[in-house]
Design a protein around this ligand. Structure first.
Ligand SMILES: [Zn+2]
Length: 164
């Protein structure tokens, strides 16, 4: 058993709190745990609940038991899928290659799109705005519109997502 002197105990405490501070500023961590969901997706699932609640939609993903993973999807053009099943909870897969090559806005857009299917039971919604940007993040990706999900447009797209 290692006994710490009072002085080293204090410096250990200081060190610990510095580490804690550090980890808080380094990356946003999810406060909610989502059982059978890849931990890297937790922060996005949590944001989905927060943004829904802001718009009066009470969302509890854990209650529905949605599961999620990040793994290779064989189809080159598919970044994410939501699988419906009568016997198992809905399952979200995010493509590993997409994940490794995307920023947080792109990841959020795809994860929210899949949760749009898996949680909100929304279908695809096509159409574009006058600037050519997609009208909804529920676009299929097969029509002629450009994804434009960023810090400036995020609110507009989330209003559309939760209020339809
Ligand atoms: Zn879709």
């Amino acid at each position: 058993m290692a006994v710490l002197s009072k002085k080293s105990l204090i410096s250990l405490l200081v060190l610990t709190s510095m580490l804690l501070l550090n980890s808080c500023t380094k990356q946003r961590e999810a406060e909610i745990q989502f059982g059978s969901v890849d931990e890297k997706l937790w922060v996005f699932f949590e944001q989905f609940e927060i943004e829904g609640k802001k718009r009066g939609v009470d969302i509890d993903i854990r209650n529905l038991g949605i599961t999620g993973e990040i793994s290779e999807i064989r189809d080159d053009y598919v970044a994410g899928t939501c699988t419906y099943s009568h016997r198992n909870p809905n399952h979200i897969t995010i493509d590993l290659n997409f994940w490794n090559n995307s920023d947080d806005f792109s990841k959020e857009m795809i994860i929210f799109h899949e949760l749009g299917h898996c949680y909100l039971y929304r279908d695809h919604l096509e159409g574009r705005l006058s600037n050519g940007a997609c009208r909804s993040i529920m676009r299929s990706g097969l029509e002629n519109c450009v994804d434009n999900y960023n810090r400036f447009t995020r609110n507009m797209y989330l209003d559309e997502l939760f209020e339809n």
